[in-house]
Design a protein around this ligand. Structure first.
Ligand SMILES: Cc1cc2nc3c(=O)[nH]c(=O)nc-3n(C[C@H](O)[C@H](O)[C@H](O)COP(=O)(O)OP(=O)(O)OC[C@H]3O[C@@H](n4cnc5c(N)ncnc54)[C@H](O)[C@@H]3O)c2cc1C
Length: 381
């Protein structure tokens, strides 16, 4: 049986980051992934994710202060550009909580921002045609992470530091074994001192074996890419990442990311159909969802009312309060759980991975993670 300091289950954004940070600290690491690295069935694959300070809760603004330098350090370590500056806007109405609370949290954390009127938006970003009573909260540091590159960089750099990476290795069993853990994947037995479980929407399949059931809801989302002309007007530098808090009219918030590496402009819904299990997610995109994204663009980004270039299905794993879960198993503290997606964890993945390694290997972390404790839910153990 092979033995390690740490076994990480799941090579999505979170697990790949945990493997990287553990290997970097000199631990022997085994990373087990049921599909290939950077596969399309989970939450972490793709061209782009938004990174931003502009949050309605100051705790996330504080986390952003920590995570931007960590991504820059990873860029240095990997020798590739992972983060692209774009600037970002939140579209909404000034008195509504989505804008008002961002103003409060950014102000409290001394992060500069501007509130732009409809006409100021039109001047700076003529691609947008907002309603007369809408404003845009502009924050210059908002950017785009090249998602698949980030995951691959974490995995590659972990391997370079000695981590063992097993793809197509489905974990069937986890259990506590004394102070350590036993894991079975594809019929092979492994053991380790500690376990990081970063299995995204599949987390409860394994947690049930160690007496835990988390209140997670898997949601099928869809990214839609359009290619408005002229193309350069929709690239970073000319076009911001945006979140439009227009859910009162459209059912869900809309977000968009400028065209990166020739992807086309992404326009997508923050949310989607609820699923019982990730396996229920059919991989083919839904035309109704992309048609609705195009209809949204017709109203607010008229030049983006063009035929769909491509679309792709992706999963969110939501907690009831949409905050992350980063904690140790209540009875088996050698197991650390990161079930934290809720549709906004990518930007923090390199930090969350590092925190999970703190918890697993040191038993504690200096980072403030009270907000992400399991105990806030009435979890049956
Ligand atoms: C369309 C979309 C847009 C998003 N936009 C943003 C954004 O702009 N900004 C942002 O910050 N966040 C964004 N997010 C959220 C972010 O991408 C996720 O929070 C993050 O990727 C979650 O990563 P994860 O590692 O927890 O999950 P996953 O990527 O799902 O990884 C879990 C991994 O565990 C593996 N696994 C599960 N069970 C087993 C098993 N038994 N054995 C072996 N392996 C197993 C899975 O195969 C998978 O690879 C977005 C998400 C989506 C889907």
């Amino acid at each position: 049986m092979s033995t390690y300091d740490l076994i990480v289950i799941g090579a999505g954004a979170i697990g790949s980051a945990a493997a990287y940070h553990a290997a970097r600290r000199g631990h022997s690491v085994l990373l087990l992934e049921q599909f290939e690295i950077d596969h399309q069935h989970g939450s972490s694959h793709g061209v782009s994710r938004i990174i931003r300070y502009a949050y309605d809760h100051p705790h996330y603004v504080r986390m952003s202060k920590v995570v931007y330098p960590m991504w820059r350090a990873l860029e240095e370590d990997s020798g590739e550009q992972l983060m692209i500056a774009s600037g970002g806007i939140d579209i909404g109405r000034e008195h509504e909580p989505e804008i008002h609370n961002r103003v409060i949290s950014l102000t409290a954390e001394r992060i500069p921002f501007e509130l732009l009127s409809t006409s100021e938006v039109l001047q700076r970003y003529p691609q947008f045609h907002l309603d007369h009573d809408q404003v845009a909260l502009y924050q210059a540091d908002t950017g785009v992470l090249r998602a698949s590159h980030c995951v691959r960089a974490h995995v590659r750099l972990a391997e370079m530091r000695g981590a063992v990476v097993r793809e197509k290795s489905h974990v069937e069993m986890i259990s506590a074994a004394g102070d350590g853990v036993a894991v079975k994947a594809n019929g092979e037995d492994y053991s380790a001192a500690r376990l990081v479980l970063a299995a995204g929407g599949w987390a409860n399949d394994l947690l049930g074996q160690v007496g835990l059931s988390l209140p997670l809801q898997v949601v099928r989302c869809q990214e839609n890419y359009f290619a408005p002309e002229p193309a350069h007007e929709y690239e970073p530098g000319r076009f911001p990442a945006f979140i439009a808090h227009t859910q009162a009219e459209w059912g869900l918030p809309t977000y968009g990311i400028p065209s990166v590496d020739g992807s086309g402009l992404k326009v997508a819904w923050h949310g989607g159909a609820r699923l019982g299990h990730p396996e229920e997610s059919k991989s083919s995109p839904d035309a109704e969802v992309s048609d609705k994204a195009r209809a949204w663009s017709k109203q607010y980004l008229p030049a983006a009312d063009v035929a769909l270039k491509s679309s792709r299905v992706c999963l969110y794993t939501m907690t009831p309060d949409e905050h992350f879960i980063i904690d140790r198993h209540p009875q088996n503290s050698q197991m650390v759980i990161g079930a934290c997606c809720s549709g906004h964890a990518f930007k923090y993945s390199t930090l969350i991975g590092d925190i999970m390694v703190d918890l697993a290997m040191e038993g504690e972390t200096s980072r403030d993670i009270d907000m992400f404790a399991l105990s806030r839910f009435n979890v049956p153990v």
